[in-house]
Design a protein around this ligand. Sequence first.
Ligand SMILES: NC(=O)C1=CN([C@@H]2O[C@H](COP(=O)(O)OP(=O)(O)OC[C@H]3O[C@@H](n4cnc5c(N)ncnc54)[C@H](OP(=O)(O)O)[C@@H]3O)[C@@H](O)[C@H]2O)C=CC1
Ligand SMILES: O=C1Nc2ccccc2C1=O
Length: 259
Amino acid sequence: MAPAQSFLLNTGRRIPTVGLGVYKTPADQCVSLVREALNVGYRHIDSAALYYNEEEVCEGISQWLAEDPSRKREDIFYTTKIGDLFHGYEKTKNAIRGSLEKARKIGYIDLILIHSPQSDGERRHGSWKVLEEAYEAGTVKNIGVSNYGIKHLKELLAYPDLKVRPAINQFELHPWLQRPELVGFCREHDIAVEAYSPLARGQKVADPVVVKIDRHQGPAGPEPRRVRLRPGPRGPRDSQRPRGKLYQRLGPNNVSFGL
Ligand SMILES: NC(=O)C1=CN([C@@H]2O[C@H](COP(=O)(O)OP(=O)(O)OC[C@H]3O[C@@H](n4cnc5c(N)ncnc54)[C@H](OP(=O)(O)O)[C@@H]3O)[C@@H](O)[C@H]2O)C=CC1
Ligand SMILES: O=C1Nc2ccccc2C1=O
């Protein structure tokens, strides 16, 4: 299988371009889901404390690695996120401790994001300091934010004690929501844009253009998955989480990793 495409971050580390999002994936399906996803070529899993499946995602990664000694931890990219209720220095410190404990079988976390800016400036600042400490301690390899607008990014970049700039801003971005100013700001500041909800949270799966483009791509029928997963020029892109239709949905995605 061809190696997954990846994107260089401002930390010097790489993130696989296509990720599997596990929002609303029930915890009891996560171990098998993650193992199957890794089998078909995914190398990047996007979880969050809010998804209540961090431990099971890490268990799936750990089992998959253990199956074959030639598989390396450094080839997998595991993301999690700090929930809004855990903003502020002390609460974020505890939250990261919890996420690291759930990730103990895989040793470290590749990326932690502040899930959204929804609190206030002081608490966001406290949370960022903790992320910087985790980055400096090496328990988290990259740190970033999610759903930050330009205002929040400017606030962060102006912290007088800023030590580590965000590697990533993950936000909703797709052909129907292009956000050129925010994308431009991130590029200008060397913050990678990670797009989520590539089909507008599922509202565009039947869009005639999506279906038409997909039909042009091959004989597989009106499954628009390959369209949404094609890595764009902007940086990493999150895929949909497959929920109940897991295996049927994971299969077609496989063809996109080499694009
Ligand atoms: N940081 C953040 O705040 C956020 C992060 N994310 C990340 O991005 C990931 C993906 O986001 P998400 O909004 O789910 O992505 P999508 O835009 O891909 O939407 C997924 C939805 O599309 C439906 N769908 C997908 N393919 C088809 C198809 N071929 N036919 C019919 N329906 C289809 C799914 O249906 P079904 O339910 O049947 O599977 C699901 O309801 C999340 O898991 C998460 O990791 C997402 C949102 C916010
Ligand atoms: O993190 C998430 N927050 C969301 C809100 C609505 C739909 C998907 C998600 C996520 O994946």
